[in-house]
Design a protein around this ligand. Structure first.
Ligand code: HPA
Length: 252
């Protein structure tokens, strides 16, 4: 039986359509998650919601306790995680307001607590991270996108930078040379930690700006907020359909 969690990023610190909600503070061996978990029903299906940056959107990407967040979800029986993340786009075929399901990532972050496998080990543990995202959950997201009439963009490399500043134009050129299509700040270590705990994890990226240097005149924070707000309306529509996909499978 699968149990879905949604991690909300910038622009999505709560789910408007969530009903019968209650919140629970979860303690973990890694400290406090970004926020209490919200339990509720989306379209009649039980889901768990976590606000990655806190409900007040006051935790910057490099200060998020990713280990506590993912641990808390596992602790309450979550099996599948759809992580929503605002990103900049480097790929001209993924303009602002698009939803993209990356299939690969490159990690440019530093100094983040990025593994559960470092203390009190009986033996050194490595995980296979060839395919960072869950094939099955991506499939369900694609199918929900089709049913919702949202263009399916599902081949993209997500480059995760340290932030909280945005990139220089030269950094974005380097990301493009590396093969990145999207740039965000929260995909790592979140994705790897989910894999370490055996969760099915997929990222639904919401493009909120052209990455640095792609447009003349720089990046407007006001435009980012506008695209984030519009993008999240699409995400909420998508999630309502996604939960029914998951439910149908559970009933089969
Ligand atoms: N760079 C990094 N992270 C981001 C961006 C960006 O341009 N836009 C939204 N998150």
């Amino acid at each position: 039986m699968s149990r879905l969690a949604i991690i909300g990023g910038t622009g999505l610190s709560k789910l408007v359509n969530l009903e019968n909600i209650h919140k629970r503070v979860i303690k973990t061996p890694y400290g406090e998650p970004s926020s209490p978990l919200t339990f509720g029903q989306l379209n009649g299906v039980d889901v768990v919601f976590l606000a990655r940056h806190g409900y007040g959107h006051n935790i910057p990407p490099h200060r998020i306790n990713y280990r506590a967040n993912i641990w808390a979800l596992k602790e309450v029986g979550v099996t599948d995680v759809t992580a929503v993340a605002a990103v900049g786009s480097i790929n001209r075929s993924m303009p602002p307001a698009s939803l993209v399901l990356p299939d690969q990532l490159i990690d440019y972050t530093w100094g983040r607590r990025s593994t559960y496998f470092e203390d009190d080990l009986e033996q050194v543990t490595h995980i296979d991270f060839t395919c960072p995202y869950s094939r099955e959950l991506r499939q369900k997201l694609k199918s929900a996108m089709n049913r919702t009439g949202i263009d399916v963009l599902d081949t993209a490399v997500y480059g995760c930078t340290q932030g909280p500043r945005l990139e220089t134009a030269a950094e974005v050129k380097k990301l493009a040379r590396d093969g990145c299509d999207l740039v965000g700040m929260t995909g790592m270590p979140e994705t790897a930690l989910a894999k370490e705990l055996g969760l099915n994890y997929a990222c639904c990226a919401v493009v909120v700006n052209w990455a640095a240097g792609l447009e003349e005149g720089g990046i407007s924070m006001q435009d980012i907020d506008g695209y984030a707000a519009n993008g999240m309306v699409k995400v909420e529509r998508l999630l309502k359909v996604l939960v029914t996909e998951i439910q149908i499978e559970a009933d089969e």
